[in-house]
Design a protein around this ligand. Structure first.
Ligand code: HEC
Ligand SMILES: [Cu+2]
Length: 384
């Protein structure tokens, strides 16, 4: 387990076929088997209500069929008027459902209160939802796009949205909570059983948030507490451990996962301008670095107006960096201001890695996979 962590860490989860196989949760009609301490209580109430439904469904439908048969028209006989009152029956069908509903209320309320009250000792992870990405931030500043949690310990997610309504749902844990722009929301859970190797639980966005909504599926890994502690430390440092020269291909594709929902690499249309060649002025690096670039920003201005000696940005790297940290400053034609800022989520080294990837786009395929490691680089590429 221990020496597997860096592999998980650097693995891309973009292969859906693989993902389906490793998901712990089988495809079932009902909710999959619960995997958090909240699930038994929630499932109990769910089953209780469900069985009451079965009981009354068959009771009502059964009586209906019996009456249809019992009181069918046989001949031309004239019937007396039926009874207009039956006090016992009326009290029965008022009091009995009231008792059942009150019992359901108390069971549900108890579960609701425990689901809304994280234990004091809960481990806090900050979650930012944006179109269309999740970012998980751990107490030491480490961030990840899949969620990693310690086993056997309450975990509290404090969530906010950068743009529109999202909703975080981990069905195996039976937790679901809206993430509302302009305010914090939270939920907690405790998962006692670690996931083995590459097994994981699914995490979904369940509030339709735009065209990339379905790109917000992520994995949840539950690590034994000691492994988790090690993982967070490694995750906080993973960029520092890569040589400057290798950043673009070792870290670039991993970081690009946060951009992939809007920026394609092959020139095809997306929510944001492709990093590939889409307007005839070359891929993102050549169109920002070439003085004769046809790339237009801010409603028809050539990009060379702001990049060059003595201009707003001396070098294209400055423009790219600003586009990532302050995306609203200049807008690429004809796109709107929809890119979230990555301030606080990407370090300078992370930005260097991404810019390095932009400079070497020909070495990646359309999904961001490295086609072949650069000359002289030994070993397997870090990102699959
Ligand atoms: C929600 C969609 C979205 C995501 C996610 C996103 N971007 Fe963008 N990005 C845009 C849009 C739209 C524009 C064009 C408008 C503008 O310039 O802000 C843009 C523009 C850019 C530009 C300027 C491009 C040019 O051709 O001049 C850069 C550089 C950039 N993004 C980098 C990134 C990086 C790096 C990431 C990931 C860390 C990222 N973006 C994630 C939507 C997105
Ligand atoms: Cu969403």
């Amino acid at each position: 387990m221990l020496n597997q962590i860096p592999t998980i860490l650097l693995q891309s989860s973009s292969d859906p076929a693989l993902a389906e196989v490793k998901s712990i949760t089988p495809k079932t009609f009902w909710l999959p088997e619960g995997a958090s301490t909240l699930s038994s209580e929630i499932d109990w109430v769910f089953d209780f209500i469900n069985y009451i439904n079965y009981f009354f469904f068959f009771l009502v439908v059964g009586i209906m069929f019996y009456f249809m048969w019992r009181y069918r028209q046989k001949g031309r006989e004239v019937y007396a008027r039926g009874p207009s009152h039956n006090t016992v029956l009326e009290l029965g069908w008022t009091i009995l459902p009231t008792i059942i509903v009150v019992v359901i209320f108390f069971m549900g309320f108890k579960g609701f209160v425990s689901a809304k009250t994280p234990p004091e000792s809960a481990y806090q992870i900050d979650v930012t939802a944006s179109k269309w990405n999740w970012s998980f931030k751990y107490p030491n500043g480490a961030t990840s796009t899949d969620l990693y949690v310690p086993a056997g310990r309450p975990v509290k997610l404090v969530m906010r949205s950068d743009d529109v309504l999202h909703s975080l749902y981990i069905r195996d844990f039976r937790v679901k909570q809206d993430v509302v722009p302009g305010r914090f929301s939270s939920l907690w859970f405790q998962a006692d059983n670690p996931t083995e190797g590459e097994e994981f639980h699914w995490l979904f966005c369940t509030e339709f948030c735009g065209t990339g909504h379905s790109d917000m599926n992520r994995k949840v890994f539950v690590l034994p507490e000691a492994d988790f502690g090690r993982w967070v430390v490694e995750q906080g440092r993973w960029l520092d451990k890569i040589n400057d020269a290798d950043l673009w291909w070792k870290a670039g594709p991993q970081l690009y996962r946060a951009c992939a929902s809007c920026h394609t690499l092959d020139g095809s249309i997306g929510t944001g301008p492709s990093w590939g060649n889409y307007d005839g002025s070359g891929d993102i690096w050549s169109r920002t670095s070439s003085p004769s670039s046809q790339h237009k920003i801010d409603g028809g201005k050539p990009i060379s107006d702001i990049i060059g000696p003595g201009k707003e940005h001396e070098v294209p790297e400055g423009y790219l960096r600003e586009s990532i940290l302050n995306p609203g400053k200049h807008l690429v034609d004809p796109y709107g201001n929809v890119m979230p800022t990555f301030k606080g989520q990407l370090t300078d080294r992370g930005i260097d890695a991404l810019i390095g990837m932009m400079k070497n786009l020909d070495k990646f395929d359309a999904t961001g996979k490295l086609i072949s490691p650069p000359d002289g680089a030994a070993g397997a590429p870090a990102a699959k």
